[in-house]
Design a protein around this ligand. Structure first.
Ligand code: NAP
Length: 314
């Protein structure tokens, strides 16, 4: 059995990610007692039925009391509120982290709320599915996935040790860990996750609005590419609304570049510039092969994919 890194872990917000953290940490044997706070009564009923918590409450302060590790896994725009609710009960020496998909605004909110003596180490597991709620959680979600930590600019030993301990925690859950600046994280994720989601939401919306193609035809012929977009476009509306509102600048920057490139593609199609299209499609195929080679996707197409496989990042 692995070393217990945190005798008590508190998880605030126990949906897909919170539940997966609990199941994975328990399976790895790296935490002792587990306390959970969740605002949703329905979620609390399921958390109790699934046996995810040793102590379950709606009260954030009650859950985090005497915890060595506090993981906030609520939607991005609820992080500040959750951190403020936790703050008075956080014990000195505790590590306060989160799983939010945006890091700049969340890192700021956590730093503002945390009392001195608490180590704030924001984080983001690049792993997920389009499901939400505690029933969607599973212990293998973080296997072979990246977790990005965005530590504060501090170099005192106790803080560095806290960052290392949190990195060891995620590694024990099966993930690899990278560290980067919060603003850089937000730009990288705008390209790799936020823009693809925006495109998926938009393309599915466009297809739904087309009058000359019936809804039945869209369903029937969806294997032509559309189906994979619908899976991404089924992602949680609250979570994604929060992502776009809190990572506005990076998303708009990348969206601007994307729009320019799309215009160029549109010109190439209009003027019959097949070589331009061929050159782009060849380059993009190489990128896909690189992703498969990096172990971040299976080589086979998405057909028949089990939703419990960690195949979507956020
Ligand atoms: P989720 O399944 O919707 O679960 C969030 C839970 O937190 C819900 O039960 C929610 O209750 C509860 N909650 C909301 N505000 C709260 C508060 N102030 N105090 C206590 N509980 C509160 O969400 P998720 O998909 O696990 O995502 C959690 C976080 O991880 C988000 O920040 C997201 O950006 C990030 N993330 C998600 C994914 C993904 O693929 N889903 C991947 C990586 C990171 P209500 O339903 O009543 O609001």
């Amino acid at each position: 059995m692995a070393e217990v890194l945190f005798p008590k872990m508190a998880v605030v917000g126990c949906g897909l990610i919170g539940a997966s953290v609990i199941l994975a940490a328990r399976a790895a044997g790296v935490v002792g007692e587990i306390a959970v706070a969740d605002a949703s009564e329905t979620a609390r009923e399921r958390i109790a039925a699934l046996g995810l918590a040793d102590h379950l409450t709606a009260d954030v302060a009650e859950a985090v009391e005497s915890a060595d590790l506090v993981v906030l896994a609520v939607p991005v725009m609820a992080m500040g509120e959750a951190a403020r609710a936790a703050a008075p009960a956080l014990k000195p020496g505790a590590t306060l982290t989160d799983t939010g998909s945006v890091k700049g605004s969340v890192a700021e909110a956590l730093a503002e709320a945390a009392p001195p003596g608490v180590f704030v180490v924001p984080g983001h597991p690049i792993a997920g599915t389009e499901q939400s709620g505690p029933d969607a959680g599973f212990a293998e979600l973080f296997h072979n996935r990246w977790v990005i930590l965005t530590p504060q600019k501090r170099d005192d030993d106790p803080y560095l040790e806290a960052v290392q301990r949190l990195a060891d925690f995620w590694k024990a859950l099966g993930a690899s860990v990278d560290r980067m600046d919060a603003a850089h994280h937000d730009l990288v994720l705008a390209v790799t996750s936020h823009l693809p989601h925006l495109i998926a939401y938009n393309i599915v919306g466009t297809a739904a609005d087309l009058e000359e193609v019936t809804r039945a035809e869209v369903m029937k012929y969806s294997a032509g590419g559309f189906r994979d977009f619908t899976r991404i476009a089924a992602s949680d509306p609250t979570m994604w609304r929060d992502v776009f509102l809190t990572n506005r600048d990076a998303v708009l920057e990348i969206l601007g570049r994307f729009t320019e490139d799309l215009q160029a593609l549109s010109r190439a199609i209009r003027w019959g510039e097949g070589d331009k299209l061929f050159e782009l499609f060849t380059r993009t195929r190489e990128i896909r092969r690189g992703i498969v080679a990096a172990g971040q996707e299976s080589p086979e197409p998405n057909f028949g994919r089990d939703h419990r496989r960690p195949d979507k990042t956020a």
